[in-house]
Design a protein around this ligand. Structure first.
Ligand code: BGC
Length: 766
């Protein structure tokens, strides 16, 4: 008790100190702003990619080994007074020492040759570990981290990622991604925490705090500023393809897409990146209602709003809502953009924005607002005092301790979807055939944003880690493992091309094996190169699965994929199915440990796995989508028929739920309801269990209620025979929904709570 009070006092003292530093920094920003010319201010609002100032090549590439072109650097930083740089050069990871050298030189130019000595803020896509640093610890991608349902693991991952990003002299990470991964076709679903707004919000909160620290004290040289992205509604375009138009009602935007962002903003996230897409016909980068009214005014976001890559130019080049660059700049800045991730051609942005201010088409007040936000982040990050952090101060970079954290994260993410007749775990000395295009690839384990944008350079940088095959050879003994790919990916830059690679031999070899471990899925991709026109798993992989199944051997299907590719053409013939998502550099080891029972699987699906491409649902669908009735003339059966439901995941032990209880059968406005349930490990081995609590609003008068919604989760660890009581709290606000008039309300009436097979009702009274 005393300890807890001391801890609370300490946290309070920490937040008071941070608040004081913040007020100080605000005063510094005001003083600096008064000294700055319009040109300097506009320069602060511009962000370029590293290749622009790299020696050799052109703006789109640089000579290797990389070095800075002093003339180009001076032009950008001194003449144009550019305030921010992002990305790596030549789309390639660099060592911490190289990063230190590059960024020291950039900061030196900015802080010795410009009138007000303003440091540059350097940003990078550290999305599952520091993407562009050689040797950095690579965690599962967010979709796998979501499957852990473990807040502490997600926070720890972001803490390590922040440490290693600062070890690379970089203070700003373009992460977490809090878009709702509600469409399995979208090529970035794996970058999200899945389809549920509550889960995305809870884990997004942990990630922001992991990056920025409990009090968002990013002056701490082990913390970075986060960038919550992509505000708002990015992942659900009508076509399922990247950067194509979405149609989202304001009601749905607020009900499903907004809550995770609100949670991250309330958690103090320093920066936000904008959705590259188009909602209801309006590019989000041009949308004053979303960027200023909603984000800055209603949600009170005080941080910096950065565009996504080239999105101001997109307003005239792609979306044609502006006739030229100047009009695009005016629209975007007036909509509420603070910094433009221009990437390449920065001169027109700066020149046009200066002219627009002089012509009175953009007010100085708007410019001051933007620059204030940018400078505040720079002061908060302590960049004026310590513009570059030095790798020598980061001895834990790539340490065993960090690797173990990444391994544990992978081990808790892997999800056992099916296990007929206890096909798993495998017993020692089983003769195994390992096959499939994902069996021997570090690239597919990591996915994109790993050492390069699309992940195509992973093999070059990750050779020392174990592929699934290598991990299985170590675990089972090489003499017990035969490997024949059967199907392989083409490595010539075509993301989805495959070829039969000893397919016949693989089928023949199955006959001599006790078990086939069939590793199927996708090669790495992100953004538009990952666009897909058929959600079924490829024909060749399907053929391999069916041919192997015809041998009658026991098949363990291991999925290694960024989105749920449809497997219903052969799923019934698989004895076990294990989803690895994109588990990172330690995914092979974690999987092998699970297949042989050294680790008990505990991941749960963070999305609904579809059974057919034309039957895409979210678990929180409307009742009309799962109605099953044969009454009347027509059969209105709506066929809610996922392959595996949201939250599904098996264990090698069994958990029995009992005794669901409420503190009261009536919840009154302003009061809190306590829900408790007993969970017993009724099997023979220890196991971790994610306890998920859903509520259903039985009748809602203003809008058809969702079938159910996740309102709480907790992950517990139970020994055989052990029972734990898990409790959750519920208030009226947790049960609210957004009305067609865009108000959050909770209607009086009956609700059901569901935790596993336990159900209980209560009544909400106003
Ligand atoms: C992506 C962002 C990313 C940015 C910077 C864009 O293409 O959409 O998620 O942060 O590039 O690399």
């Amino acid at each position: 008790m005393i300890l807890r009070r001391n801890l609370a006092l300490l946290l309070l003292a920490g937040s008071v100190l941070t608040a004081r530093a913040q007020t100080n920094n605000e005063a510094k920003v005001e003083a600096l702003l008064k000294k700055m010319t319009l040109e300097e201010k506009v320069g602060q609002m511009a962000q370029i990619t590293l290749d622009v100032v790299g020696k050799g090549g052109d703006r789109y590439s640089s000579a290797e080994p990389f070095s800075l072109d002093q003339k180009e650097l001076e032009k950008a930083l001194v003449k144009y007074k550019i305030g921010s740089v992002l990305n790596t050069s030549n789309n390639r990871a660099r060592s911490t020492d190289v990063w230190y050298k590059i960024i020291s030189q950039i900061q030196k130019a900015a802080m010795t040759k410009t009138p007000n000595k303003i440091p540059v803020i350097y940003g990078i896509d550290a999305i599952h570990g520091e993407t562009y640093t050689v040797g950095a610890t690579m965690f599962p991608q967010q979709i796998g981290q979501a499957a852990t349902f473990n807040r502490a693991l997600v926070r720890q991952g972001a803490e390590i990622s922040a440490y290693e990003t600062r070890a690379s002299a970089i203070p700003w990470a373009f992460s977490p991604l809090l878009d709702l991964g509600a469409d399995p076709r979208f090529p970035r679903q794996w970058e999200s925490f899945g389809e549920d707004p509550y889960l995305v919000g809870e884990l997004g909160y942990e990630m922001v705090k992991g990056f920025e620290g409990e009090n968002n004290d990013v002056a701490n040289p082990f913390k970075v500023a986060s960038s919550v992205k992509h505000f708002l509604g990015y992942q659900v375009p009508v076509s399922g393809k990247d950067r194509t138009p979405a149609v989202i009602s304001d009601q749905a935007l607020r009900e499903y897409h907004l809550p995770p962002f609100k949670k991250a903003i309330d958690a103090g996230a320093k920066t936000i990146m904008v959705n590259s897409g188009i909602i209801n016909g309006v590019p989000v980068h041009a949308n004053y209602n979303i960027l200023t009214k909603l984000l800055k005014e209603e949600l009170g976001f005080k941080g910096l709003v950065v565009t996504d890559w080239g999105d101001v130019e997109n307003l005239y080049q792609r979306d044609r809502v502006a006739k030229d660059n100047k009009e695009a700049v005016r629209i975007a800045i007036n909509a509420g953009i603070d910094m433009s991730m221009i990437a390449y051609n920065y001169e027109p942005f700066c020149d046009d924005l200066i002219a627009l201010v002089k012509e009175g088409k953009v007010t100085e007040e708007r410019i001051n607002d933007a620059v204030r936000r940018i400078l505040l982040v720079k002061y908060d990050l302590n960049l004026f005092e310590k513009p570059t952090t030095n790798p020598k101060d980061y001895p834990k970079f790539a340490s065993k301790e960090f690797e173990l954290a990444a391994y544990n994260n992978a081990a808790e993410s892997i999800t056992l979807l099916k296990n007929n007749d206890n096909a798993l775990p495998l017993s020692k000395n089983t003769k195994i055939l390992v096959t499939g295009p994902n069996a021997n690839s570090m690239r597919t384990l990591n996915g994109a944003w790993t050492y390069s944008w699309q992940g195509e350079k992973v093999e070059e940088f990750a050779a020392k880690y174990n592929t699934i095959l290598e991990a299985l050879q170590q675990k089972a003994g090489a003499q017990n493992v035969t490997y024949i790919p059967g199907v392989s990916y083409k490595m010539d830059g075509k993301y989805f091309e495959e070829y039969a690679d000893k397919l016949e031999e693989a089928v023949l070899a199955a006959k001599d094996a006790d078990v086939v471990i069939l590793c199927l899925g996708e090669n790495s991709y992100t953004e538009t190169p990952g666009n897909l026109s058929d959600l079924y798993l490829s024909d060749l992989q399907t053929e391999l699965a069916q041919r192997l199944a015809a041998t009658g051997k026991k098949i363990i299907l291991v999925l290694n994929e960024g989105r749920p590719r449809v497997i219903s053409k052969f799923e019934r013939k698989m004895q076990a199915v294990v989803q690895t998502y994109l588990p990172g550099n330690f995914g092979g080891d974690a999987l092998a440990a699970i297949l042989f029972g050294d680790v008990n699987p505990s991941g749960r699906l963070p999305y609904t796995y579809p059974q057919y491409p034309n039957a895409l649902f979210n678990y929180y669908h409307k009742p009309a989508e799962s109605r099953s009735t044969t009454e009347g003339v027509y059969n209105y059966d709506a066929d809610y028929n996922p392959q595996y439901v949201f939250g599904h995941g098996l264990s090698y032990t069994t958990f029995t739920y009992s005794g669901i209880k409420l503190s009261n059968s009536i919840l009154k406005a302003g009061e809190t309801l306590t829900v408790s349930v007993n969970v017993t490990n009724s099997g023979k081995v220890s196991g971790k269990e994610s306890v998920l609590m859903y509520t259903s609003d039985l009748v809602a008068t203003l809008i058809s209620p969702d079938a159910k919604r996740l309102r709480g989760f907790d992950k517990i660890d139970l020994k055989p025979g052990e029972t734990k009581t898990v409790t959750f709290k519920l208030t009226a606000a947790d049960l609210s929904f957004i009305t067609p008039e865009l108000k959050a309300i909770t209607e009086a009436g009956d609700f059901t709570i569901q935790i596993a097979n336990q159900k209980i009702n209560f009544n909400y009274e106003l």
